[in-house]
Design a protein around this ligand. Structure first.
Ligand SMILES: [Zn+2]
Length: 254
């Protein structure tokens, strides 16, 4: 059994054929799905998907949509976590270094969510682009009791080690499937068996050979095969290890 540990199946990209997307994933052995929050406006759709037995959800404010977030949304996040005890993590939140002009606002919103996760002893799902060292430094200061996921990890073996030492696991997805990702491959090979989960970030992060196409959860099976190749392990082993790690991190009942 495989788990897609990070996929935005609530996005309108899937409105026309969402059920078929789940079915195609299942045909590839992907049987459980973690759907993170992005904006307050979208939380109801995320929570509605969480009603399914094969979906667990997170709630958070994604840095990509920083212009949409208000301080009131942070209060709303606390309320939403209070009223939805089945939510398994805070996220997706984080820092996107590509948008330097909103750096201050991103840190403000990210930091508040880290503190919410810490107070509730929830894991946190982190989007971290061109900011690995700064985010690791902040996580070290905060000492989050339940750790979390560095989703779509694309860093070096040294950066991977730092996050693992902080009690985090790394999300491996489409980036791993590119031959040119030599540094990332070295990182993937260096990970302990319990240090990673598999994900797609659907509809984003297409796999090698599928640039420009909508990504979907069935592709976790291909990510699994590539990770197995890089780690010189069997796909069965990678499936078992990544599923066990997702279960442990998010305390899944599947
Ligand atoms: Zn995402």
């Amino acid at each position: 059994m495989l788990i897609d540990a990070h996929c935005h199946l609530d996005f309108p990209d899937f409105d026309a054929d969402r059920e078929a997307v789940f079915e195609r994933a299942k045909a590839e052995g992907v049987r459980h799905f973690l759907v993170p929050g992005t904006t307050r406006k979208r939380w109801p759709e995320v929570l509605a998907l969480g009603e399914r037995d094969d979906v667990d959800v997170c709630l958070g404010l994604h840095p990509y949509f920083i212009d949409e977030h208000r301080d009131a949304d942070l209060e709303a996040l606390e309320e939403a976590l209070d009223t939805n005890p089945g939510v398994v993590a805070v996220g997706e939140c984080g820092i996107d270094g590509r948008f330097e002009e909103s750096w201050d606002a991103q840190w403000h919103t990210f930091d508040a969510q880290l503190r919410i996760a810490k107070a509730r002893q929830l894991p946190v799902v982190i989007h971290c682009v061109q900011a690995n060292d700064k985010v690791a430094k902040r996580l070290r200061q905060l000492e989050l009791p339940a750790g979390g996921l560095i989703h779509a990890f694309a860093g070096s073996p040294e950066q991977a080690r730092k996050f693992l030492d902080l009690g985090f696991v790394l999300g491996l997805g489409g980036a791993v499937t590119f031959d040119r990702a030599k540094r990332l491959h070295r990182a993937v090979k260096s990970l302990p068996d319990d240090g990673y989960v598999l994900e797609t970030d659907s509809p984003d992060m297409p796999l090698a050979g599928h640039q420009g196409e909508r990504n979907e959860s069935a592709n976790v099976a291909q990510v699994c095969r590539v990770v197995a190749e890089v780690r010189e392990q069997s796909p069965e082993q990678v499936a078992a290890d990544s599923t066990a790690t997702a279960r442990r991190l998010f305390q899944l009942l599947v």
